[in-house]
Design a protein. Structure first.
Lengths: 363, 286
Protein backbone atom coordinates (compact mmCIF):
# COMPACT_ATOMS: atom_id res chain seq x y z
CA UNK A 1 0.00 0.00 0.00
CA UNK A 2 1.26 3.44 -0.89
CA UNK A 3 2.34 5.66 1.96
CA UNK A 4 0.81 9.05 2.53
CA UNK A 5 3.51 10.89 0.63
CA UNK A 6 3.81 8.59 -2.38
CA UNK A 7 2.42 9.50 -5.76
CA UNK A 8 -0.41 7.18 -6.74
CA UNK A 9 -2.10 6.88 -10.10
CA UNK A 10 -5.88 7.07 -9.76
CA UNK A 11 -9.06 8.25 -11.42
CA UNK A 12 -10.52 11.58 -10.37
CA UNK A 13 -13.49 9.71 -8.92
CA UNK A 14 -11.18 7.61 -6.75
CA UNK A 15 -9.29 10.72 -5.72
CA UNK A 16 -12.57 12.17 -4.46
CA UNK A 17 -13.33 9.04 -2.47
CA UNK A 18 -9.82 9.09 -0.99
CA UNK A 19 -10.09 12.78 -0.16
CA UNK A 20 -13.29 12.07 1.73
CA UNK A 21 -11.83 9.12 3.62
CA UNK A 22 -8.69 11.03 4.56
CA UNK A 23 -10.86 13.88 5.85
CA UNK A 24 -12.62 11.50 8.22
CA UNK A 25 -15.79 10.83 6.20
CA UNK A 26 -17.47 7.90 7.94
CA UNK A 27 -20.82 7.50 6.16
CA UNK A 28 -21.37 7.20 2.43
CA UNK A 29 -24.77 6.91 0.76
CA UNK A 30 -24.89 6.41 -2.99
CA UNK A 31 -26.74 5.17 -6.00
CA UNK A 32 -25.29 3.91 -9.29
CA UNK A 33 -25.09 6.43 -12.11
CA UNK A 34 -22.44 6.94 -14.77
CA UNK A 35 -19.86 8.59 -14.76
CA UNK A 36 -19.40 8.58 -10.96
CA UNK A 37 -19.68 4.85 -10.18
CA UNK A 38 -16.07 4.55 -9.09
CA UNK A 39 -16.90 6.61 -6.02
CA UNK A 40 -19.54 4.29 -4.48
CA UNK A 41 -17.62 1.24 -5.69
CA UNK A 42 -14.46 2.40 -3.96
CA UNK A 43 -16.34 3.47 -0.85
CA UNK A 44 -18.26 0.20 -0.54
CA UNK A 45 -15.06 -1.43 0.67
CA UNK A 46 -12.77 1.37 1.80
CA UNK A 47 -15.19 3.11 4.14
CA UNK A 48 -16.16 -0.18 5.77
CA UNK A 49 -12.46 -0.97 6.24
CA UNK A 50 -12.13 2.43 7.88
CA UNK A 51 -14.88 1.57 10.35
CA UNK A 52 -17.57 3.56 8.59
CA UNK A 53 -20.90 2.83 6.96
CA UNK A 54 -21.83 2.39 3.31
CA UNK A 55 -25.39 2.16 2.03
CA UNK A 56 -26.38 1.68 -1.58
CA UNK A 57 -29.67 3.52 -1.32
CA UNK A 58 -32.89 2.60 -3.11
CA UNK A 59 -32.84 5.93 -4.94
CA UNK A 60 -30.98 9.20 -5.29
CA UNK A 61 -33.76 10.73 -3.21
CA UNK A 62 -33.16 8.27 -0.38
CA UNK A 63 -29.36 8.61 -0.56
CA UNK A 64 -29.62 12.37 -0.11
CA UNK A 65 -32.02 11.95 2.80
CA UNK A 66 -29.74 9.41 4.47
CA UNK A 67 -27.04 12.05 4.17
CA UNK A 68 -29.40 14.49 5.86
CA UNK A 69 -29.90 12.10 8.77
CA UNK A 70 -26.20 11.38 9.24
CA UNK A 71 -25.31 15.06 8.92
CA UNK A 72 -27.89 15.98 11.57
CA UNK A 73 -25.99 13.65 13.92
CA UNK A 74 -22.82 15.66 13.28
CA UNK A 75 -21.08 12.81 11.47
CA UNK A 76 -18.95 13.47 8.39
CA UNK A 77 -20.94 12.02 5.51
CA UNK A 78 -21.03 12.20 1.74
CA UNK A 79 -23.06 11.27 -1.31
CA UNK A 80 -22.13 11.42 -4.96
CA UNK A 81 -24.06 11.41 -8.20
CA UNK A 82 -24.27 12.80 -11.70
CA UNK A 83 -26.67 15.24 -13.29
CA UNK A 84 -30.00 13.33 -13.55
CA UNK A 85 -29.37 12.01 -10.05
CA UNK A 86 -28.60 15.50 -8.80
CA UNK A 87 -32.03 16.67 -9.91
CA UNK A 88 -33.50 14.02 -7.60
CA UNK A 89 -31.29 15.00 -4.67
CA UNK A 90 -32.39 18.62 -4.68
CA UNK A 91 -35.25 18.08 -2.23
CA UNK A 92 -32.97 16.92 0.56
CA UNK A 93 -30.31 19.50 -0.32
CA UNK A 94 -32.84 22.30 0.12
CA UNK A 95 -33.84 20.85 3.51
CA UNK A 96 -30.19 20.52 4.52
CA UNK A 97 -29.47 24.13 3.57
CA UNK A 98 -32.64 25.30 5.35
CA UNK A 99 -31.94 23.36 8.52
CA UNK A 100 -28.17 23.95 8.44
CA UNK A 101 -26.98 20.36 8.13
CA UNK A 102 -23.36 19.91 7.03
CA UNK A 103 -22.66 17.40 4.26
CA UNK A 104 -20.53 16.91 1.18
CA UNK A 105 -22.20 16.24 -2.16
CA UNK A 106 -20.39 15.36 -5.37
CA UNK A 107 -21.78 15.96 -8.86
CA UNK A 108 -19.77 14.52 -11.73
CA UNK A 109 -21.63 16.51 -14.34
CA UNK A 110 -22.80 14.73 -17.51
CA UNK A 111 -24.68 15.98 -20.53
CA UNK A 112 -28.32 17.02 -20.33
CA UNK A 113 -31.13 17.95 -20.41
CA UNK A 114 -33.04 14.78 -19.65
CA UNK A 115 -31.04 11.60 -19.89
CA UNK A 116 -28.53 13.51 -22.06
CA UNK A 117 -25.39 11.45 -22.36
CA UNK A 118 -22.69 10.07 -20.07
CA UNK A 119 -19.97 12.38 -21.35
CA UNK A 120 -18.64 15.54 -19.71
CA UNK A 121 -20.70 18.71 -19.46
CA UNK A 122 -20.91 21.89 -17.42
CA UNK A 123 -24.67 22.10 -17.90
CA UNK A 124 -25.35 22.01 -14.14
CA UNK A 125 -23.64 25.33 -13.41
CA UNK A 126 -26.92 27.14 -12.78
CA UNK A 127 -28.32 24.28 -10.69
CA UNK A 128 -25.15 24.17 -8.61
CA UNK A 129 -24.58 27.86 -8.02
CA UNK A 130 -28.21 29.03 -7.63
CA UNK A 131 -29.12 26.54 -4.95
CA UNK A 132 -30.71 23.88 -7.13
CA UNK A 133 -33.83 23.12 -5.13
CA UNK A 134 -36.67 25.28 -3.82
CA UNK A 135 -36.19 28.38 -1.71
CA UNK A 136 -33.48 30.98 -1.16
CA UNK A 137 -30.26 29.18 -0.42
CA UNK A 138 -26.79 28.62 -1.81
CA UNK A 139 -24.20 25.90 -1.60
CA UNK A 140 -20.48 26.33 -1.38
CA UNK A 141 -19.41 25.06 -4.80
CA UNK A 142 -15.85 23.86 -5.45
CA UNK A 143 -14.78 23.02 -9.02
CA UNK A 144 -11.62 20.91 -9.40
CA UNK A 145 -9.68 20.72 -12.67
CA UNK A 146 -7.40 17.78 -11.83
CA UNK A 147 -7.42 14.61 -9.78
CA UNK A 148 -5.16 16.22 -7.17
CA UNK A 149 -7.49 19.17 -6.88
CA UNK A 150 -10.46 16.81 -6.68
CA UNK A 151 -8.75 15.10 -3.74
CA UNK A 152 -7.77 18.35 -2.02
CA UNK A 153 -11.11 20.06 -2.51
CA UNK A 154 -13.08 17.07 -1.22
CA UNK A 155 -10.81 16.93 1.81
CA UNK A 156 -11.35 20.61 2.46
CA UNK A 157 -15.09 20.42 1.76
CA UNK A 158 -15.72 18.59 5.05
CA UNK A 159 -14.04 21.33 7.08
CA UNK A 160 -16.05 23.96 5.26
CA UNK A 161 -19.31 22.04 5.64
CA UNK A 162 -18.89 21.87 9.41
CA UNK A 163 -17.45 25.36 9.80
CA UNK A 164 -20.53 26.81 8.12
CA UNK A 165 -23.13 24.11 8.84
CA UNK A 166 -23.99 23.81 5.18
CA UNK A 167 -23.95 21.31 2.34
CA UNK A 168 -20.84 21.77 0.18
CA UNK A 169 -20.87 20.71 -3.47
CA UNK A 170 -17.95 19.34 -5.45
CA UNK A 171 -18.73 20.02 -9.11
CA UNK A 172 -16.63 17.91 -11.45
CA UNK A 173 -17.52 16.26 -14.73
CA UNK A 174 -16.96 13.03 -16.65
CA UNK A 175 -13.46 14.17 -17.66
CA UNK A 176 -12.33 14.82 -14.07
CA UNK A 177 -13.98 11.65 -12.83
CA UNK A 178 -12.67 9.24 -15.47
CA UNK A 179 -9.20 10.66 -16.14
CA UNK A 180 -6.30 8.93 -14.38
CA UNK A 181 -3.61 11.13 -12.90
CA UNK A 182 -0.99 10.98 -10.18
CA UNK A 183 -2.05 12.33 -6.80
CA UNK A 184 -0.49 12.58 -3.39
CA UNK A 185 -2.65 11.70 -0.39
CA UNK A 186 -2.34 13.44 2.94
CA UNK A 187 -2.18 11.98 6.40
CA UNK A 188 -5.55 10.85 7.74
CA UNK A 189 -7.26 13.58 9.73
CA UNK A 190 -10.27 12.45 11.73
CA UNK A 191 -13.05 14.80 12.74
CA UNK A 192 -12.51 16.37 16.16
CA UNK A 193 -14.59 14.49 18.75
CA UNK A 194 -16.42 17.68 19.67
CA UNK A 195 -17.20 18.67 16.09
CA UNK A 196 -20.80 19.89 16.05
CA UNK A 197 -21.14 19.24 19.80
CA UNK A 198 -23.24 22.38 20.21
CA UNK A 199 -26.00 21.27 17.86
CA UNK A 200 -25.64 17.64 16.77
CA UNK A 201 -28.31 15.06 17.57
CA UNK A 202 -27.13 12.21 19.79
CA UNK A 203 -29.73 11.97 22.56
CA UNK A 204 -30.43 14.27 25.49
CA UNK A 205 -28.21 12.29 27.85
CA UNK A 206 -25.22 11.79 25.55
CA UNK A 207 -21.90 12.35 27.32
CA UNK A 208 -23.64 13.19 30.60
CA UNK A 209 -22.70 11.36 33.81
CA UNK A 210 -25.16 8.67 34.88
CA UNK A 211 -28.04 10.12 36.81
CA UNK A 212 -27.56 13.66 35.50
CA UNK A 213 -30.74 15.31 34.22
CA UNK A 214 -31.07 15.33 30.42
CA UNK A 215 -30.28 18.52 28.53
CA UNK A 216 -33.08 20.21 26.57
CA UNK A 217 -33.95 18.29 23.44
CA UNK A 218 -32.60 19.61 20.15
CA UNK A 219 -34.64 20.15 17.01
CA UNK A 220 -33.10 20.44 13.56
CA UNK A 221 -35.74 21.80 11.23
CA UNK A 222 -36.53 24.13 8.37
CA UNK A 223 -40.20 24.80 9.16
CA UNK A 224 -40.89 28.29 10.52
CA UNK A 225 -44.60 29.11 10.55
CA UNK A 226 -44.88 32.01 12.99
CA UNK A 227 -45.14 35.53 11.65
CA UNK A 228 -41.66 36.78 10.74
CA UNK A 229 -39.93 33.58 11.83
CA UNK A 230 -38.97 32.39 8.34
CA UNK A 231 -37.82 35.89 7.44
CA UNK A 232 -35.42 35.71 10.38
CA UNK A 233 -34.15 32.32 9.28
CA UNK A 234 -33.56 33.54 5.73
CA UNK A 235 -31.80 36.64 6.99
CA UNK A 236 -29.47 34.46 9.04
CA UNK A 237 -28.76 32.23 6.02
CA UNK A 238 -28.03 35.22 3.80
CA UNK A 239 -25.62 36.58 6.41
CA UNK A 240 -23.85 33.22 6.33
CA UNK A 241 -23.57 33.32 2.53
CA UNK A 242 -22.16 36.83 2.83
CA UNK A 243 -19.39 35.42 5.07
CA UNK A 244 -18.46 32.94 2.36
CA UNK A 245 -17.15 35.73 0.12
CA UNK A 246 -13.82 35.52 1.92
CA UNK A 247 -13.52 31.87 0.83
CA UNK A 248 -13.30 32.75 -2.85
CA UNK A 249 -10.51 30.97 -4.76
CA UNK A 250 -9.27 31.17 -8.32
CA UNK A 251 -6.24 30.53 -10.50
CA UNK A 252 -4.73 33.08 -12.88
CA UNK A 253 -2.30 32.26 -15.68
CA UNK A 254 -0.49 34.85 -17.85
CA UNK A 255 -3.08 37.46 -16.87
CA UNK A 256 -0.84 40.37 -15.90
CA UNK A 257 -0.09 41.81 -19.34
CA UNK A 258 -2.96 40.07 -21.12
CA UNK A 259 -5.29 42.05 -23.36
CA UNK A 260 -7.82 39.24 -23.26
CA UNK A 261 -8.66 37.02 -20.30
CA UNK A 262 -10.27 33.65 -20.91
CA UNK A 263 -12.62 32.68 -18.06
CA UNK A 264 -13.22 28.96 -17.73
CA UNK A 265 -13.58 26.47 -14.87
CA UNK A 266 -12.97 22.79 -14.18
CA UNK A 267 -11.82 20.55 -17.01
CA UNK A 268 -12.55 23.27 -19.57
CA UNK A 269 -10.37 25.66 -17.59
CA UNK A 270 -7.53 23.19 -17.88
CA UNK A 271 -8.03 22.70 -21.63
CA UNK A 272 -8.24 26.47 -22.09
CA UNK A 273 -4.94 26.84 -20.23
CA UNK A 274 -3.25 24.79 -22.93
CA UNK A 275 -4.80 26.98 -25.61
CA UNK A 276 -3.58 30.09 -23.80
CA UNK A 277 -0.11 28.57 -23.49
CA UNK A 278 -0.01 27.80 -27.23
CA UNK A 279 -1.15 31.30 -28.15
CA UNK A 280 1.42 32.89 -25.84
CA UNK A 281 4.10 31.03 -27.78
CA UNK A 282 2.72 32.77 -30.87
CA UNK A 283 3.10 36.13 -29.08
CA UNK A 284 -0.59 36.68 -28.35
CA UNK A 285 -1.33 38.58 -25.14
CA UNK A 286 -3.93 36.28 -23.67
CA UNK A 287 -4.38 34.88 -20.16
CA UNK A 288 -6.60 32.55 -18.17
CA UNK A 289 -8.81 33.15 -15.13
CA UNK A 290 -10.10 29.92 -13.59
CA UNK A 291 -12.62 30.17 -10.73
CA UNK A 292 -12.03 27.35 -8.23
CA UNK A 293 -15.01 28.38 -6.13
CA UNK A 294 -18.09 28.86 -8.32
CA UNK A 295 -20.10 30.03 -5.34
CA UNK A 296 -18.83 32.34 -3.98
CA UNK A 297 -17.91 33.57 -7.45
CA UNK A 298 -14.66 35.59 -7.72
CA UNK A 299 -16.49 38.72 -8.82
CA UNK A 300 -14.13 41.26 -7.24
CA UNK A 301 -11.02 39.79 -8.84
CA UNK A 302 -12.70 39.81 -12.26
CA UNK A 303 -13.94 43.38 -11.73
CA UNK A 304 -10.36 44.48 -10.98
CA UNK A 305 -9.16 42.95 -14.26
CA UNK A 306 -12.03 44.64 -16.11
CA UNK A 307 -11.06 47.98 -14.62
CA UNK A 308 -7.59 47.51 -16.08
CA UNK A 309 -9.18 47.50 -19.52
CA UNK A 310 -8.97 43.81 -20.34
CA UNK A 311 -11.36 42.00 -22.63
CA UNK A 312 -13.04 38.76 -21.61
CA UNK A 313 -14.03 35.52 -23.25
CA UNK A 314 -15.96 32.92 -21.26
CA UNK A 315 -15.58 29.35 -22.47
CA UNK A 316 -18.00 26.78 -21.09
CA UNK A 317 -19.09 23.23 -21.78
CA UNK A 318 -22.73 24.31 -21.92
CA UNK A 319 -24.89 26.83 -23.72
CA UNK A 320 -23.76 29.82 -21.65
CA UNK A 321 -24.31 29.78 -17.89
CA UNK A 322 -21.24 31.03 -16.02
CA UNK A 323 -21.00 33.84 -18.57
CA UNK A 324 -23.86 35.50 -16.69
CA UNK A 325 -21.75 35.68 -13.54
CA UNK A 326 -18.75 36.92 -15.53
CA UNK A 327 -20.83 39.67 -17.14
CA UNK A 328 -22.30 40.68 -13.77
CA UNK A 329 -18.77 40.85 -12.33
CA UNK A 330 -17.24 42.99 -15.10
CA UNK A 331 -20.35 44.98 -16.03
CA UNK A 332 -19.08 48.42 -15.00
CA UNK A 333 -16.07 48.28 -17.30
CA UNK A 334 -16.42 45.48 -19.83
CA UNK A 335 -18.48 42.68 -21.30
CA UNK A 336 -17.64 39.05 -22.00
CA UNK A 337 -17.71 37.14 -25.24
CA UNK A 338 -18.91 33.58 -25.04
CA UNK A 339 -17.69 30.40 -26.66
CA UNK A 340 -19.85 27.36 -26.00
CA UNK A 341 -18.76 23.79 -26.34
CA UNK A 342 -21.97 21.88 -26.81
CA UNK A 343 -22.31 18.97 -24.38
CA UNK A 344 -21.92 15.88 -26.55
CA UNK A 345 -18.72 17.26 -28.08
CA UNK A 346 -15.26 16.81 -26.58
CA UNK A 347 -13.10 19.91 -27.06
CA UNK A 348 -9.33 20.07 -27.53
CA UNK A 349 -7.09 23.12 -26.94
CA UNK A 350 -6.92 23.69 -30.72
CA UNK A 351 -10.68 24.26 -30.80
CA UNK A 352 -10.28 27.26 -28.48
CA UNK A 353 -7.57 29.13 -30.42
CA UNK A 354 -9.78 30.59 -33.14
CA UNK A 355 -12.50 31.89 -30.76
CA UNK A 356 -9.82 33.36 -28.45
CA UNK A 357 -8.18 35.16 -31.37
CA UNK A 358 -11.59 36.42 -32.57
CA UNK A 359 -12.35 37.85 -29.14
CA UNK A 360 -8.85 39.32 -28.89
CA UNK A 361 -9.30 41.12 -32.19
CA UNK A 362 -12.71 42.57 -31.34
CA UNK A 363 -12.79 46.35 -30.96
CA UNK B 1 -58.19 23.08 56.97
CA UNK B 2 -60.14 20.53 58.90
CA UNK B 3 -58.72 17.32 60.29
CA UNK B 4 -60.89 15.31 57.92
CA UNK B 5 -59.47 17.10 54.86
CA UNK B 6 -55.90 16.55 56.04
CA UNK B 7 -56.54 12.88 56.37
CA UNK B 8 -58.01 12.78 52.89
CA UNK B 9 -54.96 14.57 51.42
CA UNK B 10 -52.57 12.20 53.13
CA UNK B 11 -54.41 9.30 51.56
CA UNK B 12 -54.19 10.76 48.04
CA UNK B 13 -52.14 8.80 45.61
CA UNK B 14 -51.13 10.07 42.18
CA UNK B 15 -52.03 7.25 39.81
CA UNK B 16 -51.84 8.92 36.40
CA UNK B 17 -49.21 11.44 35.36
CA UNK B 18 -47.72 12.83 32.22
CA UNK B 19 -44.69 10.83 31.03
CA UNK B 20 -41.45 12.75 31.55
CA UNK B 21 -40.75 12.68 27.82
CA UNK B 22 -44.08 14.30 26.96
CA UNK B 23 -44.01 18.11 26.92
CA UNK B 24 -46.39 19.96 29.24
CA UNK B 25 -48.25 21.89 26.58
CA UNK B 26 -51.50 21.83 24.63
CA UNK B 27 -51.29 20.15 21.23
CA UNK B 28 -52.48 21.67 17.96
CA UNK B 29 -54.50 18.54 17.20
CA UNK B 30 -58.25 18.66 16.62
CA UNK B 31 -60.71 17.37 19.23
CA UNK B 32 -61.00 13.59 18.98
CA UNK B 33 -57.74 13.20 17.06
CA UNK B 34 -55.75 10.13 18.05
CA UNK B 35 -52.29 11.66 17.59
CA UNK B 36 -52.36 12.71 21.24
CA UNK B 37 -52.86 9.09 22.33
CA UNK B 38 -50.20 7.80 19.94
CA UNK B 39 -47.75 10.47 21.15
CA UNK B 40 -48.42 9.50 24.75
CA UNK B 41 -47.82 5.82 24.04
CA UNK B 42 -44.50 6.65 22.38
CA UNK B 43 -43.46 8.85 25.32
CA UNK B 44 -44.52 6.24 27.90
CA UNK B 45 -42.43 3.58 26.17
CA UNK B 46 -39.39 5.84 25.76
CA UNK B 47 -39.52 6.43 29.52
CA UNK B 48 -40.38 2.89 30.59
CA UNK B 49 -37.67 1.42 28.39
CA UNK B 50 -35.20 4.15 29.44
CA UNK B 51 -34.58 5.14 25.83
CA UNK B 52 -35.43 8.85 25.80
CA UNK B 53 -31.93 10.06 26.67
CA UNK B 54 -30.36 8.25 23.73
CA UNK B 55 -33.15 8.72 21.19
CA UNK B 56 -32.88 10.58 17.90
CA UNK B 57 -36.21 10.78 16.09
CA UNK B 58 -37.04 11.52 12.46
CA UNK B 59 -40.30 13.43 12.28
CA UNK B 60 -42.35 13.55 9.10
CA UNK B 61 -44.66 15.81 7.12
CA UNK B 62 -48.33 16.11 7.93
CA UNK B 63 -50.18 16.78 11.17
CA UNK B 64 -47.40 15.05 13.09
CA UNK B 65 -44.73 17.41 11.75
CA UNK B 66 -44.73 19.05 15.19
CA UNK B 67 -43.87 15.81 16.97
CA UNK B 68 -40.78 17.59 18.30
CA UNK B 69 -42.96 20.11 20.12
CA UNK B 70 -44.54 17.34 22.18
CA UNK B 71 -42.00 14.55 22.60
CA UNK B 72 -38.83 15.81 24.21
CA UNK B 73 -36.17 13.88 22.31
CA UNK B 74 -33.57 15.05 19.79
CA UNK B 75 -35.39 15.26 16.47
CA UNK B 76 -34.67 16.10 12.85
CA UNK B 77 -37.40 17.12 10.46
CA UNK B 78 -37.57 14.94 7.35
CA UNK B 79 -38.87 15.79 3.89
CA UNK B 80 -42.25 14.28 3.00
CA UNK B 81 -42.07 10.49 3.09
CA UNK B 82 -38.32 10.35 3.62
CA UNK B 83 -38.21 9.71 7.36
CA UNK B 84 -37.11 6.06 6.95
CA UNK B 85 -34.17 7.22 4.79
CA UNK B 86 -33.30 10.00 7.22
CA UNK B 87 -33.56 7.50 10.08
CA UNK B 88 -31.28 5.13 8.16
CA UNK B 89 -28.70 7.91 8.05
CA UNK B 90 -29.15 8.57 11.78
CA UNK B 91 -28.85 4.93 12.78
CA UNK B 92 -25.82 4.30 10.55
CA UNK B 93 -24.14 7.43 11.89
CA UNK B 94 -25.05 6.76 15.53
CA UNK B 95 -25.81 3.06 15.99
CA UNK B 96 -25.77 3.53 19.78
CA UNK B 97 -28.86 5.73 19.56
CA UNK B 98 -32.46 4.57 19.56
CA UNK B 99 -34.17 5.88 16.44
CA UNK B 100 -37.83 5.98 15.48
CA UNK B 101 -39.97 7.59 12.81
CA UNK B 102 -43.57 8.68 13.27
CA UNK B 103 -45.44 8.93 9.99
CA UNK B 104 -48.95 9.31 8.65
CA UNK B 105 -50.49 7.33 5.80
CA UNK B 106 -49.97 9.95 3.08
CA UNK B 107 -46.36 10.33 4.14
CA UNK B 108 -45.52 6.65 4.54
CA UNK B 109 -47.79 4.79 2.13
CA UNK B 110 -47.83 7.24 -0.77
CA UNK B 111 -44.90 9.58 -1.34
CA UNK B 112 -42.65 7.60 1.01
CA UNK B 113 -43.45 4.08 -0.22
CA UNK B 114 -39.96 3.44 -1.59
CA UNK B 115 -38.21 4.64 1.56
CA UNK B 116 -40.32 2.55 3.98
CA UNK B 117 -40.10 -0.60 1.85
CA UNK B 118 -36.33 -0.47 1.48
CA UNK B 119 -35.59 0.53 5.07
CA UNK B 120 -37.64 -2.50 6.15
CA UNK B 121 -36.02 -4.75 3.60
CA UNK B 122 -32.51 -3.75 4.65
CA UNK B 123 -33.52 -4.58 8.19
CA UNK B 124 -32.49 -1.17 9.46
CA UNK B 125 -32.54 -1.17 13.23
CA UNK B 126 -35.38 1.34 13.34
CA UNK B 127 -38.85 1.50 14.83
CA UNK B 128 -41.67 2.97 12.81
CA UNK B 129 -44.95 4.25 14.24
CA UNK B 130 -47.41 4.47 11.35
CA UNK B 131 -50.59 6.40 12.03
CA UNK B 132 -53.28 5.42 9.51
CA UNK B 133 -56.37 7.62 9.50
CA UNK B 134 -57.24 7.12 5.79
CA UNK B 135 -56.83 10.79 4.83
CA UNK B 136 -54.28 13.56 4.39
CA UNK B 137 -55.12 15.46 7.57
CA UNK B 138 -52.90 18.54 7.55
CA UNK B 139 -53.77 19.56 3.99
CA UNK B 140 -57.52 19.29 4.53
CA UNK B 141 -58.69 15.72 4.08
CA UNK B 142 -57.64 14.63 0.61
CA UNK B 143 -57.68 10.99 -0.54
CA UNK B 144 -54.84 8.87 0.84
CA UNK B 145 -53.58 5.49 -0.36
CA UNK B 146 -55.45 4.05 2.65
CA UNK B 147 -58.79 5.76 1.96
CA UNK B 148 -61.52 3.10 2.02
CA UNK B 149 -63.59 2.25 -1.05
CA UNK B 150 -66.59 4.55 -1.12
CA UNK B 151 -65.08 6.98 1.40
CA UNK B 152 -65.65 10.58 0.37
CA UNK B 153 -62.71 12.99 0.57
CA UNK B 154 -62.01 16.41 -0.92
CA UNK B 155 -60.26 14.80 -3.91
CA UNK B 156 -62.65 11.87 -4.36
CA UNK B 157 -65.89 13.69 -3.62
CA UNK B 158 -67.94 10.89 -5.13
CA UNK B 159 -66.24 8.32 -2.91
CA UNK B 160 -63.07 6.34 -3.61
CA UNK B 161 -63.63 4.13 -6.64
CA UNK B 162 -61.67 0.91 -7.03
CA UNK B 163 -61.51 1.19 -10.83
CA UNK B 164 -60.34 4.79 -10.82
CA UNK B 165 -58.21 5.12 -7.70
CA UNK B 166 -57.28 1.57 -6.78
CA UNK B 167 -57.76 -0.15 -3.45
CA UNK B 168 -56.63 0.96 -0.02
CA UNK B 169 -53.11 -0.25 0.69
CA UNK B 170 -52.59 -2.58 3.65
CA UNK B 171 -49.13 -1.53 4.81
CA UNK B 172 -48.65 -3.91 7.73
CA UNK B 173 -49.25 -6.87 5.44
CA UNK B 174 -46.75 -5.52 2.88
CA UNK B 175 -44.05 -4.71 5.44
CA UNK B 176 -44.42 -8.18 6.98
CA UNK B 177 -43.34 -9.72 3.67
CA UNK B 178 -39.92 -8.04 3.66
CA UNK B 179 -36.81 -9.84 4.78
CA UNK B 180 -35.47 -7.29 7.21
CA UNK B 181 -38.69 -6.90 9.17
CA UNK B 182 -38.35 -8.32 12.68
CA UNK B 183 -41.70 -7.22 14.05
CA UNK B 184 -44.81 -6.00 12.27
CA UNK B 185 -48.28 -5.50 13.69
CA UNK B 186 -51.45 -3.47 13.36
CA UNK B 187 -53.39 -2.07 16.30
CA UNK B 188 -56.21 0.40 16.73
CA UNK B 189 -56.75 3.39 18.97
CA UNK B 190 -60.56 3.18 19.00
CA UNK B 191 -61.00 1.60 22.43
CA UNK B 192 -59.16 1.28 25.74
CA UNK B 193 -58.64 -2.40 25.12
CA UNK B 194 -57.14 -1.79 21.71
CA UNK B 195 -54.99 1.06 22.98
CA UNK B 196 -53.49 -1.29 25.58
CA UNK B 197 -52.79 -3.79 22.81
CA UNK B 198 -51.27 -1.05 20.67
CA UNK B 199 -48.80 -0.24 23.40
CA UNK B 200 -47.78 -3.89 23.68
CA UNK B 201 -47.11 -4.03 19.94
CA UNK B 202 -45.20 -0.77 20.03
CA UNK B 203 -43.04 -2.12 22.81
CA UNK B 204 -42.27 -5.17 20.67
CA UNK B 205 -41.44 -2.94 17.70
CA UNK B 206 -39.09 -0.92 19.90
CA UNK B 207 -37.54 -4.10 21.27
CA UNK B 208 -36.90 -5.38 17.74
CA UNK B 209 -34.46 -2.49 17.54
CA UNK B 210 -33.00 -2.54 21.05
CA UNK B 211 -32.39 -6.30 20.76
CA UNK B 212 -30.80 -5.77 17.34
CA UNK B 213 -33.29 -8.08 15.61
CA UNK B 214 -34.23 -5.78 12.75
CA UNK B 215 -36.92 -3.44 11.57
CA UNK B 216 -39.96 -2.84 13.80
CA UNK B 217 -43.26 -1.57 12.44
CA UNK B 218 -46.61 -0.80 14.08
CA UNK B 219 -49.61 0.51 12.22
CA UNK B 220 -52.14 2.37 14.37
CA UNK B 221 -55.68 2.78 13.04
CA UNK B 222 -56.66 6.28 14.07
CA UNK B 223 -59.50 8.72 13.80
CA UNK B 224 -59.64 12.06 12.01
CA UNK B 225 -63.05 13.43 13.07
CA UNK B 226 -62.47 16.80 11.40
CA UNK B 227 -61.75 15.47 7.93
CA UNK B 228 -64.17 12.58 8.25
CA UNK B 229 -66.87 15.14 9.14
CA UNK B 230 -67.81 13.05 12.17
CA UNK B 231 -68.00 13.61 15.89
CA UNK B 232 -65.17 12.00 17.88
CA UNK B 233 -67.53 9.30 19.13
CA UNK B 234 -68.83 8.56 15.64
CA UNK B 235 -65.23 8.55 14.36
CA UNK B 236 -64.29 5.88 16.89
CA UNK B 237 -67.31 3.87 15.78
CA UNK B 238 -66.18 4.16 12.18
CA UNK B 239 -62.77 2.70 13.05
CA UNK B 240 -64.46 -0.22 14.76
CA UNK B 241 -67.06 -0.89 12.11
CA UNK B 242 -65.41 0.11 8.83
CA UNK B 243 -61.63 0.25 9.21
CA UNK B 244 -60.88 -2.84 11.30
CA UNK B 245 -62.76 -5.22 8.96
CA UNK B 246 -60.57 -4.01 6.07
CA UNK B 247 -57.39 -3.49 8.11
CA UNK B 248 -57.31 -6.55 10.39
CA UNK B 249 -55.55 -6.19 13.72
CA UNK B 250 -52.81 -8.44 14.98
CA UNK B 251 -49.17 -9.41 14.60
CA UNK B 252 -48.12 -10.10 11.02
CA UNK B 253 -44.51 -10.97 11.62
CA UNK B 254 -42.43 -11.64 14.69
CA UNK B 255 -38.93 -13.02 14.45
CA UNK B 256 -38.63 -16.15 16.53
CA UNK B 257 -34.90 -16.54 15.95
CA UNK B 258 -31.92 -14.48 16.90
CA UNK B 259 -32.54 -11.90 14.21
CA UNK B 260 -29.74 -12.97 11.92
CA UNK B 261 -30.39 -13.17 8.18
CA UNK B 262 -32.77 -15.99 7.30
CA UNK B 263 -34.45 -16.13 10.69
CA UNK B 264 -37.77 -17.84 10.50
CA UNK B 265 -41.19 -16.45 11.18
CA UNK B 266 -42.89 -18.11 14.11
CA UNK B 267 -45.61 -20.37 12.65
CA UNK B 268 -48.35 -18.95 14.83
CA UNK B 269 -47.59 -15.41 13.79
CA UNK B 270 -47.31 -15.88 10.05
CA UNK B 271 -48.94 -13.15 8.01
CA UNK B 272 -52.67 -13.02 8.42
CA UNK B 273 -53.13 -15.92 10.82
CA UNK B 274 -53.23 -13.65 13.83
CA UNK B 275 -55.27 -11.06 12.00
CA UNK B 276 -58.36 -10.03 13.86
CA UNK B 277 -57.44 -11.65 17.14
CA UNK B 278 -57.19 -8.31 18.83
CA UNK B 279 -60.06 -6.76 16.93
CA UNK B 280 -62.99 -5.29 18.76
CA UNK B 281 -66.14 -7.36 18.96
CA UNK B 282 -67.94 -5.18 16.44
CA UNK B 283 -65.10 -5.62 13.95
CA UNK B 284 -65.12 -9.36 14.22
CA UNK B 285 -68.88 -9.44 13.91
CA UNK B 286 -69.02 -7.83 10.50
Amino acid sequence: MAGAKDLIFVKGNEAIAMGALDAGCRCFFGYPITPQNDIPEYMSKAIIDAGGEFVQAESEVAAANMLLGAGACGVRAMTSSSSPGMSLKQEAISYMAGSEIPAVIVNMNRGGPGLGDIGPSQGDYFQSTRGGGHGDYRLLVLAPSSAQEAYDMTHKAFDLAFAYRSPVLILGDAIIGQMKEPIRRRELTLAAPDEGAAWRLEGTKADLPAGAPPRAHRIIKSLYLMDGELAGQNKMLQAKYEQWKKLVEFETFEVKDADLVVVAYGSIGRIAKNAVRALRKKGKKVGLFRPKTLYPFPEKALARLAKEGKKFLTIEHNLGQMVEDVRLSVRHHADSDLFCVYPGNMPSPDDFEAPILRALGRK
Amino acid sequence: MTTTQNAANAAEELVFTRPASLADRATHYCPGCHHGIAHRLVAELLDEMDLAGRTVAASSIGCSVFLYNYIKVDTVESPHGRAPAVATGIKRARPECFCFTYQGDGDLASIGMAEIMHAANRGERLSVVFVNNTVYGMTGGQMAPTTLIGQKTTTCPGGRCHDREGSPIRMAEIISQLGGTAFCARASLDSVKNIRQAKKYMRQAFEAQTRGLGFGFVELLSGCPTNWRLSPVAANKRITEEMIPYFPLGVFKELAGDGTCGSTVAPDTAAGTAAGTAAGAAGEGK
